[in-house]
Design a protein. Structure first.
Lengths: 372, 372
């Protein structure tokens, strides 16, 4: 049986999702307010485990696409996301038994909760990125053979499209991207339609629950004046995200950030408070991609590189980075399903144009500790 | 019963469609070759009158969207147009009884013939523009209440989308336009799905047949060394395009042509051979929009302004205009269905940003003859 989300659980989940957003994914804040309004109106969000549904039940993952900043200026009416789901149901000639996130990090952790509350549709506790990534083809679903097509895309004006790029998920991403821009910069999508058996085979399980536990751990650490990073590491221990570790503590001394082809690209430089010559440079494309300490790679995509407020552990997104902030760079190991050769082909360093190979963050840490 | 198009009929139709293209619509040449190949392979194009089908038969108009020049560099594989039709059939859950042009002028006169030959689908002798226009909402279908949505759009790569902008045809045009660009600059569409009764109520009837007769008249005039413009006027007389008249004869002395927001915009200036001070300036946006003689409007959209070779009557498109060409500017009155207030709202002068009101070309000619 599913579990109904409480207001406190929702807030915890939103903060944990911002941690898993690894600098990107869009601030869940606006999405959280939308879901809160649903809960206050008496509606419920029912989160169900990945093994709850029968094998052949239809699952339609849901998300927003585009710039989350658009939502701040023009809050969603709550019609576009429903229109996207209904259009894909109609196209497939089937009714969805559940929705789920394609991306548990950032704003898109909230969008399926909103849709679930609006329609009384359960939300599966799993996702297709295990974090945040910038493009629709960067999904474990895609890695393990699920086509993203047919997908639906809708605006809040009521226009909706079905895109079918057959098994070419990169092409689907491109077609959906131009539609998103023409729809005003933000749109609602349902993609990777699949049955529950396929969700079990291809999704990263338990990520909504993990986000909620991360948020709760940070909240409790603050209340008790405990170290938030120790709380985080304890929360991750024993999960499929087993390694959580502090990479660096410092102060932001330089930010180079520009919008290129619809992405926030750039890098942030932190200097150690103890030794200003000791520096960490993090390169990002919406999400943090690689962290280098004094030129050496210490963490690289798809492992999670999180920039957190040193005092509170609160996540700081790339757009909120500012000179002088005291940040702790915290790395989280991705689950094994995201570290296979096929997964690394899809969203490993080369997929972002990085020349360095993927080396698991815990192995990089062990090397560093061994002084090699 | 329908009539099967001959090779000669096809060539005549293509030339007549270029005349009705009123300077734009894309040269039908490539499309004609594609249809010729079908005819040579033993397939048939069956053109049926608008009253042939039962009221409730489904008609799916078909066309290409984007830059016809793309076809020259990358000839259509013959899969994209079929994919567009099949996708819309599937979406509607119905099978098309016929296709038809949305635009009888230029290349899009040929695209339904190609699809008809490929699939053995009859082509209705009627269209939605009665000439060529640059955008999807500029249709008599739209003027008389038919939504363009849902529409399908497909590339030759096999990706296909269904766009549903409900009754907002301008929005549909915009969404389809960005998809076309992302699909490589040219795409195949089926839009304005409707039943045969609605075609009869909203289409411009007989325009394929008229194009064929125009082409035949020009061909025969050449063979007999008759005046091609007299032949053209005689052909139009008694049709719904009743007035055909020579506006000007001259030599191209200036061309200002630039590509703005995907359109070929500009103007061409002709000087009279007898009196170089006597000039005609034609302003175009893909198609010719307004012709001014010595500053006075002598023809304006939606009446047809055609630039034809003075010796042969062969149509010259805006992209083929060149300094020194000897051209005859020939105007054709649009049918009454395209002159109602609702029609003029959709594709009259103001729809193209022109300040002048619409005055029928035959009335302007009468004024001019009366010396007012």
């Amino acid at each position: 049986m599913g579990e109904n989300l409480t207001l406190e659980g929702l807030r915890d989940l939103a903060e944990g999702a911002a941690v898993l957003g690894t600098g990107g994914g869009g601030d869940p804040y606006i999405g959280r307010l939308l879901v809160e309004r649903q809960l206050r109106a008496g509606r419920q969000v029912t989160i169900i485990p990945v093994d709850e549904l029968p094998d052949d039940a239809l699952v339609l993952p849901s998300a927003m696409m585009g710039a989350p900043t658009v939502f701040v200026e023009r809050p969603p009416s709550g019609q576009g996301n429903v229109a996207a789901l209904r259009a894909l149901e109609k196209h497939l000639g089937r009714t969805a038994a559940a929705t789920m996130p394609i991306e548990c990090g950032g704003l898109n952790s909230m969008m399926p909760l909103l849709l679930g509350a609006q329609l009384g549709l359960p939300v599966i506790d799993a996702d297709g990125m295990g974090r945040a990534f910038p493009e629709l083809q960067m999904e474990t679903f895609a890695v393990y053979g699920v086509p993203g097509s047919p997908m639906s895309i809708a605006s809040d004006h009521g226009d909706v499209a079905i895109i079918d790029a057959r098994d070419d998920n990169v092409r689907m991403e491109r077609l959906a991207r131009v539609m998103t821009v023409e729809m005003g910069g933000a749109a609602y999508i349902c993609d990777y339609p699949m049955d529950a058996a396929t969700v079990r085979r291809t999704a990263v399980p338990g990520t909504l629950g993990l986000a909620e536990r991360i948020g709760a751990a940070l909240r409790q650490a603050r209340a008790r004046h405990d170290d938030p990073f120790e709380a985080l590491t304890a929360t991750l221990s024993g999960t499929i995200y087993s390694h959580g570790l502090v990479l660096f503590r410092g102060k932001v001394v330089d930010i180079d950030r520009r919008t290129v082809a619809g992405f926030a690209r750039g890098q942030v430089t932190l200097a150690s408070l103890d030794d200003p010559g000791d520096r960490m440079v993090i390169t990002f494309q919406n999400e943090h991609l690689v962290a280098r300490r004094d030129g050496e790679v210490v963490a690289i995509v798809p492992d999670l590189i999180c920039t957190l407020n040193t005092d509170t552990g609160a996540p700081v997104t790339t757009e909120a980075l500012a000179y002088g902030q005291r940040l702790t760079v915290y790395a989280i190991s991705t689950p094994e399903i995201m570290r296979t050769p096929a997964a690394l082909d899809c969203f490993g360093p080369a997929a972002f144009g990085l020349g360095e190979p993927y080396v698991p963050v815990e192995r990089l840490a062990a090397r560093s500790a061994a002084g090699t």
